[in-house]
Write a protein of this length. Structure first.
Length: 249
């Protein structure tokens, strides 16, 4: 017999007293169970909410709203797609400023084979202007355009202004192919066109940097770079490759 039973069985305890006591005890037990269930239910709900929050709100930075895995994944995909949409697909996606100051889209040369050259007026290779002009004279009617991009990054051999460069090229070599304003071809400030050309057509041993003046890039009619030539490659040596691309237009 436990302590409670002994208490109720003691002399002098009436049946009515015993019944009332058992009712109180039972009521108290039921109430205690209800309270405990309510607390456990609340704890369980909070745990479930915390778990759900953890599962759906990952990678949230302090002070910033949580981002669900699904939303984060979707956002990443959108960012990737946006970047891909803005990435250049060919040379025609670029523009550059001409010597006369006008911005020109290279999309204007769609359907033409391009020979893109970084030039200089005070270089030992400057006479290559003559060979470049000869190529332009011979193949312009067939779909070739030579594009000249003056650059002063190599021993300061192109220090002139746009007007001075234009005069020099015209007077000394009779240049009539499109010439653009001076740009950088290497380094942090390299023109986006040259960043693209170098990444698509790296040089010897995979080195992207332009080595010197008169490095040449041959681009097909769809704007895709197909070959890179070193500074000392004479323009006349590129004729066969040019003719091949012209025939494939």
């Amino acid at each position: 017999m436990n302590t409670t039973d002994a208490f109720l069985a003691a002399p002098g305890r009436t049946d009515r007293y015993r019944a009332r006591h058992r009712f109180k005890t039972t009521s108290f037990s039921v109430l205690l169970v209800m309270v405990l269930c309510g607390c456990l239910g609340k704890v369980g709900s909070e745990a479930a909410m915390t778990s759900a929050s953890t599962e759906t709100s990952t990678h949230a930075a302090p002070g910033q709203p949580a981002v669900t895995e699904k939303a984060a994944s979707g956002t990443s995909a959108q960012i990737a797609n946006t970047r891909e949409d803005h990435m250049p697909h060919n040379v025609h996606d670029f523009s550059a400023r001409r010597l006369n100051g006008q911005e020109e889209s290279l999309g204007a040369y769609q359907g033409r084979v391009l020979l893109i050259v970084n030039t200089a007026s005070k270089c030992g290779l400057t006479p290559q202007y003559e060979g470049l002009q000869q190529l332009y004279d011979d193949y312009a009617k067939d779909g070739l355009t030579v594009l000249g991009f003056p650059c002063n990054q190599f021993a300061n051999q192109e220090p002139g202004t746009e007007e001075e460069i234009a005069t020099f090229c015209s007077v000394n070599y009779g240049v009539t192919f499109p010439m653009f304003a001076p740009i950088d071809v290497n380094g942090r400030h390299a023109h986006p066109l040259y960043q693209y050309l170098k990444s698509e057509m790296p040089g010897l041993l995979g080195v992207e940097a332009i080595k010197w003046n008169f490095t040449k890039f041959l681009v097909d009619a769809q704007g895709v770079p197909v070959r890179r030539y070193g500074p000392r490659t004479p323009p006349d040596a590129i004729r066969e490759d040019i003719e091949t691309l012209l025939q494939a237009r």
